[in-house]
Ligand binder design. Sequence first.
Ligand code: AMP
Ligand code: MN
Ligand code: MN
Ligand code: MN
Length: 295
Amino acid sequence: MKIYDLHSHTTASDGQLSPTALVQRAVQQQVDALAITDHDSTEGWLEASEAVQKQKLPLQLVTGVEITCQWQQREIHLVGLRFAVNHPSLQSLLSQQRQYRYQRAQVIADYLAQQHGIMGIWQSLQHVNAKATALTRSHIANLLIQKHYGHYPAQVFQRYLIDATRAVGELAWCSLEQAIQQIQQAGGQAVLAHPDRYALKEPQFLELLNEFQAAGGQALEVAYSRQTTPQRQRLSLYAQRYQLLASAGSDFHYPGGVNELGRNLLLPSSSRAIWLSWGKQQRVMNKSVEQQYSL
Ligand code: AMP
Ligand code: MN
Ligand code: MN
Ligand code: MN
């Protein structure tokens, strides 16, 4: 059976591996189809697709992105798959999101300096920003660890970053509807990422699923790392109930962790896999968008 891993990160956002190293590792891990889904960035695509071509890697590379959306004062992540990567209005949305990430990082760095006397974060972030196109809170967490303010990311989030993020105030991410619309205009499919990581109570979770489906969302990420079998089965049932397809992705950020590429991503038999929809029809639709935007 083929292994599909449709959620992974590179150095274009907060992943540890370069796009080239990521596709090589995917092959080592026996992944057949991979989507690179950096936070609000498709920067890794070009390098990764060149590496696949030049090295003749046996890997189907799918365009991808993970868009941070705002929903009821929360951050919800949408994965976009199989879109024309150069589509101008999608790229303009992503560029706005990255600009917001930059501003947010500055507010967080100022907060850390003023409230905790932690100096130099903003300066160090300038070096990070030269490499990664999308600044994330993981980058700030890593800097705090380097400066000995904690030992591991969850700890510095708890100690500093959760409070510091509150200081940002009103969030300015795009809405679910905007993200879905842009992904679809670019010929792609919208997937609700890791649906049970938002700590939503049942009524609110159903509200989210309703809104996602009503806005044209196509799939739920049913299989991902760090899930129990009942959790996965529950998501598969919701996908069926809301007539959504099922996606699978490790959310890989670095080698050797619990989110290893291609590991433990089998969909329950009740799921209808999103890749089964990648037949002729979707290809034809993508072709016309691709021709327009010279993919
Ligand atoms: P951002 O999109 O900039 O908010 O950063 C998101 C990244 O921060 C994600 O990739 C998560 O892995 C990481 N993250 C968020 N919350 C936590 C937490 N409580 N502990 C550890 N990492 C976290
Ligand atoms: Mn991340
Ligand atoms: Mn996410
Ligand atoms: Mn992710």
